[in-house]
Design a protein around this ligand. Sequence first.
Ligand SMILES: NC(=O)c1ccc[n+]([C@@H]2O[C@H](COP(=O)([O-])OP(=O)(O)OC[C@H]3O[C@@H](n4cnc5c(N)ncnc54)[C@H](OP(=O)(O)O)[C@@H]3O)[C@@H](O)[C@H]2O)c1
Length: 246
Amino acid sequence: MSKTCMITGASRGIGRAIAISLSDRTDITNFILISRTEAGLEDTASQMNADKNIEISALDLTDYLATQELVQSVGQKYETIDMLINVAGYANPKSLLETSIDDWEETYSVNVHSIFNITKETVKYMKKTGGQILNVASTAGTSARPGWLAYASSKAAIISMSQTLSEELSDYGILVYCISPGRCATELRKVLAPDEDPSTIMQPEHVGEVVNQLLSNDGICLDGQNIVVRKQTVKAFQQQATKQII
Ligand SMILES: NC(=O)c1ccc[n+]([C@@H]2O[C@H](COP(=O)([O-])OP(=O)(O)OC[C@H]3O[C@@H](n4cnc5c(N)ncnc54)[C@H](OP(=O)(O)O)[C@@H]3O)[C@@H](O)[C@H]2O)c1
């Protein structure tokens, strides 16, 4: 098999960890790494399995037309797109009265509208052969987060969107996954919790491992669900894996 996989938010953090983890798989040949920062994407590519065909695309996902053109060029070049991993996200935590309409729109542009846009364009190619879409939401999308109004509600939208798309796209053989990480040591987390010690929380590599597992055949019955990925979840997953090896 020689699958083609597009990953957004791949210049650092969780997106980078997912790209590195997936690059060890034998079923994926082509990777398209997307974010605005070329240097970060090149750094990610340099840490991936060197046998893979890796293309980087420095793109602002809120440029909807440019995103559509990128997907079209990928779809035409590789004939289908087998995996879309929507990781890119933005957070500017503020309360209701502190949030301007511009803040609100910026959050929804990156966290919701851009995912709608890239997913719609990708499905035009993916529906020929089936495939997998994985969206990164957040535990903030399912519980009250005073002071994070725009971010938390945008993540709730992604959880809902994933559930609907899971059913809507099943006719094409497309599985849609949604993961909601808890606290994970990245630049975005520093914006949300500047005083936290990053060494005490989940690392991006943990999320990368879970995504890799989900997108293997083991995750075939888990589409459509909002899968919470927390540090204790990762431990339990590792213990279970160890028991199976023993
Ligand atoms: N860290 C956590 O605790 C946590 C918890 C739950 C959910 N999440 C979610 O996990 C995802 C990844 O975040 P992270 O924690 O890994 O943060 P991060 O290290 O800050 O990464 C964010 C990524 O999004 C990209 N991005 C942001 N705006 C973009 C735009 N307009 N166009 C293209 N790319 C854009 C960034 O790349 P450029 O700057 O190069 O464009 C970067 O690659 C986000 O959706 C976040 O909401 C994180």
